[in-house]
Design a protein around this ligand. Structure first.
Ligand SMILES: [Zn+2]
Length: 96
């Protein structure tokens, strides 16, 4: 696993990709090339996603960043699951 810091989607190829907090692809820079790499098996017809932000942040932090920087609310599986967990556990336990 490796992480790449992504600036706002200014690169044309990047804006074609949707954000997910549990992405199946990453953008990597190799020299002057911008590469899209899969990080897990992708099913036929599955949407290619990348994470616009640092996925290791708690979901509430991710939502804040995404809203501020990209003006959308993430509704990915990870966020939905974490939201449900938060509701089940109470807000004080909602740290991941
Ligand atoms: Zn998400």
């Amino acid at each position: 696993m490796f992480s790449v810091s992504l600036s706002p989607p200014s690169h044309p190829s990047m804006s074609l990709l949707n954000h997910s907090c549990d992405p199946n692809c990453v953008i990597v820079f190799e020299g002057r090339q911008l590469l899209l790499r899969s990080i897990r098996e992708i099913q036929i017809g599955e949407e290619l996603t990348i994470s616009y932000i640092e996925s290791l942040m708690p979901s509430s932090e991710r939502q804040k960043h995404l809203k501020r920087q990209y003006c959308f609310e993430c509704n990915c599986l990870l966020c939905q699951t974490q939201e449900k967990l938060c509701l089940a556990n109470g807000p004080q336990r909602c740290m991941t």
